[in-house]
Design a protein around this ligand. Structure first.
Ligand SMILES: Cc1cn([C@H]2C[C@H](O)[C@@H](COP(=O)(O)OP(=O)(O)O[C@H]3O[C@@H](C)C(=O)[C@@H](O)[C@H]3O)O2)c(=O)[nH]c1=O
Length: 185
């Protein structure tokens, strides 16, 4: 397994080992010991799995606020996504900046998204399945969002405006400048 710290402190790209043979493949998608060596020691409490039917589905940008803020370990088991994490840690020198990486069933890459980041993705292929582990249970009362198309974020999404397939909830999130001050991490 290879772990690479990305330019925004806290984000880690994971590249697991894949063992291929005549039957197919084998991979350890999570190994507590190896992740601890990469600096990830948090315990997971919930595994999530979503399917998006179309290319251009955007889910996000989402975060749970304290005391139920979540760390997320994201991977793709079918299809491909552009996975995006935005630094919303108040006082962070990189506040408002983001990273965008392609996670796919082909490249096997995983993204570690710690607390203090808003997270979202855009599907690059139809029938894309995203699986992610989280370190806090779902808490809808503190489940918040940030507008995916906030110009201040400058995210280069693969689809624009009306092309994006969004849930009604994801059409209504505030912009970064409108996020309440109490979302401090
Ligand atoms: C996130 C979540 C949703 N749900 C339910 C609530 C709702 O009825 C249905 C769909 O929820 P959502 O529309 O919020 O699903 P979705 O838009 O896929 O939300 C996810 O987006 C990505 C980008 C993330 O980072 C995740 O943390 C999560 O916020 O599933 C749970 O029961 N548990 C959960 O942990």
């Amino acid at each position: 397994m290879k772990a690479t710290n990305l330019k925004l402190p806290g984000l880690i790209l994971i590249e697991p080992n894949i063992f291929r043979d005549s039957r197919g493949f084998f991979s350890e998608t999570y190994n507590a010991q190896q992740f601890a060596e990469a600096g990830i020691t948090e315990a997971f409490v919930q595994d999530n799995h979503s399917h998006s039917a179309d290319r251009g589905v955007i889910r996000g940008l989402h975060f749970q606020a304290p005391p139920h803020a979540q760390d997320k370990l994201v991977r793709v088991s079918r299809g491909a996504i552009l996975d995006v994490a935005v630094d919303i840690r108040v006082g962070s020198p990189t506040f408002g900046q983001h990273e965008a990486v392609v996670l796919s069933a082909e490249n096997w890459h995983q993204l570690w998204v710690p607390k203090g980041f808003a997270h979202g993705f855009c599907t690059l292929e139809p029938d894309t399945e995203v699986q992610y582990k989280v370190t806090e249970f779902y808490a809808p009362e503190v489940d918040f969002g940030l507008a995916w198309d906030d110009p201040a974020l400058g995210i280069d999404w693969p689809v624009r405006g009306e092309e994006a397939v969004l849930s009604p909830k994801d059409r209504k999130h505030p912009r970064l400048a409108e996020l309440p001050e109490h979302f401090s991490y």
